[in-house]
Design a protein around this ligand. Structure first.
Ligand code: ZN
Length: 251
């Protein structure tokens, strides 16, 4: 309990949790903890500073080429721990390549490894490689041409993580999803499937991640963000506890 302190005692009690949702409400009542401070994931400036701190603390020798602001922009949503990991990984990669100092490219490579989990050893036939190339090119073209979406950062058909290839945007920091951006994201996500259909007149399972993404965005737009012209500004689905109405419409 927090009892037993006189108001004149110079004692500050600090508590921290990553699960505020399961806290005993008694702890949150007035007079218990006076200030509630939300520590969110770091933003672009925060990430840059955190990278700098880890580089200094771990005494990682970095090259002049390293641009922390650029690295920070490319990793939205990364936590402090992720960033520490990235610094470690970059140092390991540099050591493996006998670099005297860690270069910007070492950092980029570390970032990709952490974000995608490189799977470079996978064997893929030429025919499949061609399909994957057109698929990724479809994403990349739309990313270039659709202005409402983030700019294209890089595209590759070297297998990474869950995907056989990847097309990466340089994402902007956003807290709000506009309807235009949602629609643009869906178009870009479907670019791979459309390219396959245009060139080979065939569908493959390669688009499964994309379809998952598109479905999730569409569901959010209609059921949570009230962006459907037909259904209007209504929250539908289990989240709001309206299982009886929401589930049917949602499905
Ligand atoms: Zn795809």
């Amino acid at each position: 309990g927090l009892d037993g302190f006189e108001s004149t005692d110079a004692i500050i009690v600090i508590g921290a949790t990553n699960r505020p949702d399961v806290l005993d409400p008694a702890l949150l009542r007035p007079g218990r903890f006076d200030r509630h401070i939300v520590v969110d994931q770091p933003d672009v400036i925060g990430r840059e500073k955190i990278l700098g701190i880890h580089i200094r603390n771990q005494k990682v020798p970095v090259d002049d080429s390293v641009k922390l602001d650029e690295l920070s922009k490319g990793v939205p949503g990364m936590s402090g721990a992720d960033l520490a990991n990235m610094v470690n990984e970059a140092a390991l990669l540099a050591a493996r390549k006998n670099h005297e100092n860690v270069t910007h490219l070492d950092f980029e490579e570390a970032k990709e490894k952490l974000m995608m989990g490189a799977k470079r050893h996978m064997v893929i036939s030429d025919d499949e490689r061609e399909i994957i190339a057109y698929h990724e090119a479809g994403h990349a073209m739309l990313m270039e041409y659709i202005e409402e979406f983030d700019p294209l950062l890089k595209v590759t058909i070297l297998p990474q993580g869950r995907g056989l290839g990847v097309t990466m945007p340089l994402p902007e920091e956003r807290k709000l999803m506009s309807k235009q951006f949602c629609l643009a994201s869906m178009a870009v996500a479907l670019g791979g499937r459309v390219a396959e259909k245009l060139i080979f007149d065939e569908l493959t399972s390669g688009a499964s991640n994309d379809i998952e993404k598109v479905t999730a965005i569409a569901r959010h737009m209609v059921c949570e963000w009230g962006m459907s012209e037909k259904l209007g500004a209504t929250a539908l689905g289990e989240k709001e506890g309206e299982v009886f109405l929401g589930k049917d419409i949602g499905h």
